[in-house]
Design a binder for this molecule. Structure first.
Ligand code: SAM
Length: 420
C-alpha cells in the first residue's frame, strides 16, 4: 500500500511539474509576443513582476493547504519531496501540525527552485538574442508567474474536490498503535465524560448477562465499567489488528497498552474517591477473566452476530466508520438489532464532526447531531426511558471534533412495540 502511495505521488509530481512548465512557459512567451506591456517604463515592468509574485504566492498558498489535507487523508502528495518530509515527521510527532508544516515548507521550496530555470532562460535570451530586451525577460517572468498562480490554484481545487470524496480507509490505513498513542496516552476530556456516562448508564443494565462491546477497536477503556455486572464480556471489532491488540493486553504481552489511568477514572466514577493500585489491578484482572470472546464483526451486515444481548455498548463506532449519514443509519440499525427487546443500548458519537485524525490520516465521521440519533432510535427504543446529551470537549484542534453525543436507551419490549 505504501509503495502504491509513493508511486501515485511520483506520477502526480511528474505530471504537475510538466503541466506547470508548459502552462507557465506558454503564458510568459504569450505575454511577450502579445506586446501588451510594450513601452512601459522599466519601474512599472518591475512593479508588474512584483505583483505577479504576490499572485503566485496566493495560488501557492491554496495549493499548500490542499496538499496538507491530501497528505493527512491519503498519505499521497502532488510533490514527492513534500510527502517524504511529511512521512519523516508523522511517525515522530504527536499531532499532524508539525508534519504538515514540514510538507508545506518542502513543497514551497521545490516550487521556488523550479523558478530558477525561468530566470536562466529569460535573461539568457535577453543577453544572447539582440531582439529580446531585459524588459521582455521581466514580462516573460510576470506572465509565467500569473499562469503558475492559476495553475497552483487549479491544482488546489482539483485536490479539494478529490478529497471531498475520499477518506482514509480502515482496511489500508488504520494503525491500532497510532490510535492508542494519539487518543489514549492520557484520559482526555471526551473520555472523562464518556466513561462517567457509561458508568451511570450501566446502572440500568441487567446484571449477570453477557455484555457486547461492538466496534471496540483496540481499546478497553469503556469495558472496565461493565466487568462487575457482566457474566461475560464479548468484544467485537471489524479489524483483526484491533482484536490482536486486545489479545496482547489480555496476555500481558510486552508493549501492551497501559489502561491503568482509565481503570482509575472508571473506579472514581463508580464512587471510589482515591482508588488504590490494588483496586486498579483487581479491576484489570476481573476484566481479563470476564472477556470470553474476541469476535470479528461487520456493522454493514444486517445481522452481524447470531446472538442478541441484554446490553450492547457501542461508542464511536457507527458514526466513526462512515461520512455518510444514510450509511450511519443503516449501521445503527444493524448494531441496535443485536439488543434484545427490553435490553439496554449505550452509545456515543462525535458531535457534528466530518472526520478525525489517526496517525496523520483523516478518517470519516457522519456529522451526527442529537436529533439524528433520536430519530434513529425512535422506532425501536422507548424515548421516555433513556438519555441523549451533547457534551463539549474542546478537542477540535487536536482531533477534529469539539463535542460528543452520549446516549443510553431502553429497547421496547415486544408488548410495548408500536403497531404499524
Ligand atoms: C474511532 S474507532 C472507535 C473504537 C472504540 N469504540 C473507541 O471508542 O475508541 C472506530 C472503530 O470502528 C470500527 N469499525 C469500522 N468499520 C466497522 C464496521 N463496518 N463494523 C464494525 N466496526 C467497524 C473500526 O475498526 C474502529 O475500531
Amino acid at each position: 500500500m505504501e509503495i502504491r502511495r509513493w508511486g501515485l505521488s511520483l506520477v502526480a509530481t511528474a505530471m504537475s511539474a510538466y503541466a506547470l512548465d508548459v502552462v507557465a512557459a506558454a503564458a510568459g512567451a504569450g505575454l511577450v509576443a502579445a506586446g501588451l506591456l510594450d513601452g512601459l517604463r522599466q519601474q512599472w515592468v518591475v512593479a508588474v513582476l512584483v505583483a505577479s509574485y504576490a499572485i503566485w504566492a496566493w495560488g501557492l498558498r491554496a495549493n499548500l493547504r490542499a496538499n496538507g489535507a491530501l497528505l493527512v487523508a491519503t498519505g499521497t502528495s502532488t510533490n514527492v519531496l513534500s510527502k517524504a518530509a511529511y512521512d519523516l515527521l508523522v511517525r515522530r510527532a504527536k499531532g499532524d501540525r508539525a508534519p504538515r508544516v514540514a510538507a508545506a515548507v518542502t513543497y514551497a521550496g521545490t516550487e521556488v527552485v523550479k523558478e530558477l530555470p525561468y530566470y536562466g532562460v529569460a535573461f539568457g535570451a535577453a543577453v544572447s538574442v539582440e531582439a529580446i530586451t531585459s524588459a521582455d525577460a521581466l514580462v516573460f517572468l510576470a506572465g509565467a508567474n500569473v499562469a503558475a498562480a492559476a495553475y497552483e490554484y487549479g491544482l488546489a481545487r482539483v485536490t479539494r474536490v478529490f478529497l471531498s470524496r475520499r477518506y482514509a480507509s480502515f482496511e489500508d490505513d488504520w494503525v491500532p498503535a497510532r490510535y492508542l498513542t494519539d487518543y489514549y496516552s492520557a484520559v482526555e476530556p471526551d473520555e472523562v465524560a464518556t466513561i462517567a456516562f457509561i458508568v451511570d448508564a450501566l446502572r440500568h443494565a441487567e446484571r449477570d448477562r453477557p455484555v457486547l462491546f461492538f466496534g471496540v477497536g483496540p481499546t478497553l477503556h469503556h469495558v472496565f465499567a461493565a466487568a462487575e455486572l457482566a457474566s461475560e464480556l464479548h468484544l467485537g471489532d471489524y479489524l483483526p489488528a484491533n482484536l490482536a491488540e486486545l489479545q496482547r493486553w489480555i496476555d500481558g504481552a510486552p508493549g501492551a497498552h497501559d489502561w491503568r489511568p482509565f481503570v482509575r477514572h472508571t473506579l472514581r466514577c463508580e464512587g471510589i474517591v482515591d482508588p488504590t493500585d490494588a483496586e486498579v489491578s483487581a479491576r484489570e484482572e476481573l476484566t481479563k477473566k470476564k472477556i470470553t470472546q474476541l469476535v470479528r464483526v461487520d456493522a454493514r451486515q444486517a445481522h452481524p452476530l447470531d446472538e442478541s444481548y441484554a446490553t450492547v455498548v457501542s461508542p464511536y463506532c457507527a458514526d466513526s466508520a462512515t461520512d455518510d449519514i444514510a450509511t450511519w443509519r443503516r449501521l445503527m440499525r444493524n448494531i441496535t438489532g443485536l439488543v434484545r427487546p427490553g435490553g439496554l443500548f449505550v452509545t456515543a458519537a462525535l458531535h457534528r464532526s466530518r472526520g478525525y485524525t489517526v496517525g496523520g490520516r483523516r478518517f470519516p465521521s457522519a456529522n451526527v447531531g442529537a436529533d439524528d440519533l433520536r430519530a434513529a432510535l425512535r422506532t425501536d427504543f422507548d424515548p421516555a426511558r433513556g438519555s441523549i446529551e451533547v457534551c463539549p470537549t474542546g478537542q477540535d484542534a487536536a482531533h477534529g471534533y469539539a463535542s460528543v453525543i452520549l446516549c443510553w436507551a431502553r429497547k421496547r419490549s415486544v408488548q410495548d412495540h408500536p403497531i404499524g
